[in-house]
Design a protein around this ligand. Sequence first.
Ligand SMILES: NC(=O)c1ccc[n+]([C@@H]2O[C@H](COP(=O)([O-])OP(=O)(O)OC[C@H]3O[C@@H](n4cnc5c(N)ncnc54)[C@H](OP(=O)(O)O)[C@@H]3O)[C@@H](O)[C@H]2O)c1
Length: 236
Amino acid sequence: MEQLVPGPLVGELADVLLADDRPAPAGRPWVMANMVGSVDGAFAREGRSAGLSNEADRELFHTLRAVADVVLVAAGTARTERYRRPAAAGAADTGLAVVSASLRIPEDQPFLSGPGPDPVVYHPPGADTSSVPAGVELREAGTDPGRVDLSALLADLADHGARVVLCEGGPSLLGQLAGVGLLDELFLTVSPVLVGGDQVGLVGHGGPYDVALGLHRLLRVDDVLFATYRTRHGSA
Ligand SMILES: NC(=O)c1ccc[n+]([C@@H]2O[C@H](COP(=O)([O-])OP(=O)(O)OC[C@H]3O[C@@H](n4cnc5c(N)ncnc54)[C@H](OP(=O)(O)O)[C@@H]3O)[C@@H](O)[C@H]2O)c1
């Protein structure tokens, strides 16, 4: 792995990423996101992000999980990508938080069991929780009965001790965070393919907004680029 920005990599990538400063803003954790996309901005290939990933990207994925206190994922991605608990994939101290309005959690969802604490499923107030399977902790966030308030969710995670949250998507969740100024750092793996199709747009289609980014780090493995951006408000 070669570091192009800010200069040659000194030491192991995991140590470098761990050492980066991530000051928690007032009342909420530092929020970073990790996404992989094609050169034309596709977030999935045949419905899954795995079609865009590669070995180095998977290594970054696991390294970032170890940096985070909590992985935050939208229910759509958790269902599609068959999410497990981070501890089941080696991140022993990392929790999982899921955002859902429907509370549609399949009985065979892998995160319902395994090592580590039960995932926290955030839902809007008044949601029908009667058919939610065992193996999760339910928490309300916000006052809108149709959607989870992400500021309230992050404040709750901070109250429970989280200082760094890693959002793993999907695009609609990432777009909501970016649109209301709740994204501090974005890790973007650019996979060297053009895939076309309509699964394009790493932040979904909820905008428009205008979030200024600064290039914090740029790594390269062969033809794959790994860019880290920090939002201007989140610059350390
Ligand atoms: N390239 C990558 O790095 C990457 C990363 C992640 C995902 N993906 C891909 O992205 C696709 C899925 O993304 P997506 O944008 O369609 O969906 P998504 O963001 O993963 O999930 C949308 C769902 O999340 C829940 N949700 C999101 N915001 C909410 C809020 N504020 N309040 C309550 N619930 C909320 C709702 O769940 P309910 O339906 O339960 O109400 C909603 O239907 C998949 O193909 C996946 O493979 C790619």
